[in-house]
Design a protein around this ligand. Sequence first.
Ligand code: PHB
Length: 393
Amino acid sequence: MGKAQGRNTFRTIVALTAAAVIPLGTAHAAEKVKVGLMLPYTGTYAALGNAITNGFKQYVAEQGGTLGGREVQYFVVDDESDPSKATENASKLVKRDDVDVLVGTVHSGVALAMAKVARDTKTLMIIPNAGADELTGPLCAPNVFRSSFTNWQPAYGMGKVAAERGHKNIVTLTWKYAAGEQAVNGFKEAFEKAGGKVAKELYLPFPNVEFQPYLTEIANLKHDAVFVFFAGGGAAKFVKDYDAAGLKKSIPLYGSGFLTDGTLEAMGGAGEGLLTTLHYADGLTNAKDKAFRSAYEAQYKMPPDVYAVQGYDAAQMLRAGLDAAKGPELDQAAMIKAMEAAKIDSPRGAFTLSKAHNPVQDIYLREAAGNQNKFVSVAERALEDPARGCRMK
Ligand code: PHB
């Protein structure tokens, strides 16, 4: 029996008691949904965890603090982007706090451990960032959903763009963990399909920011261009170092758009002109994005980024599920069915989910100008992760 169903007997009793004292129409509103936010609030990805939280809470606030008629109750854990603490952190949320849904996280390694807890305990999980290809690939599961991307998706878009820009030999550099390795693989797949060659792959441990030896090697290799995956504080430091080493003028730098999302201000101008690919951009023209951005800026006194969008959309996905979980019981099967069928009106542009529960979405080419990643063009329309190895049971 799933944990949501396991709690239903108790819930039903509570609801029946409540129904005796409150008018019928409001009995449902007395129900709660317990949301476990497991995200990084310290370390190189701290700003990402905060933006996801902001976005999620913004959507809930727009619904008056409830989703599907249920009052949202938060349980929050700082996962520190540390895979070695992930199982314990996720287990605490599930077993001690008894959450109905796990929302997390940013780091692919942490998310892989977290998803194992979700699968083992049949807890609903929505991933608002971590791109680990496996989670909507060989490890896909009915109760695991993603509001973000696979590491393959934006990088694949960049591989195509780099080839179109005439580059032939490229060196890659990233942190050696799932997100970096899978981004390089996605880039390589598209770039080599279009006739290019990834001539050298360089790696450093996460979250190391001692880039100097790698910059020296890149300068010596004299390849056409560089592709990187970095994000958060580490991305800002990398771009500043790349520029300070004089490389930005001589060897074009490309990346999955995490390189410049939410980090341009910290780069202090070093990111100007960088071309990246991502499923979000500044300057989109859809109505949802306009409303989302002005509300976010009014509330948080800063512009939103891709992470804020992914948090907002995780809450939209949960709402789609809860709307279908009619009555006091949290019917997980009904929730899953509704989430699978949902069309999410995202600030990035509306999207649906693939059979593996990952967004099918446009990948935009953007150019950094001031503190914005300005929309240039659609690099890939409705790009669906191949979800290799996913057998949904
Ligand atoms: C990941 O670990 O999957 C990850 C982290 C930060 C990003 C993107 C992906 O910005």
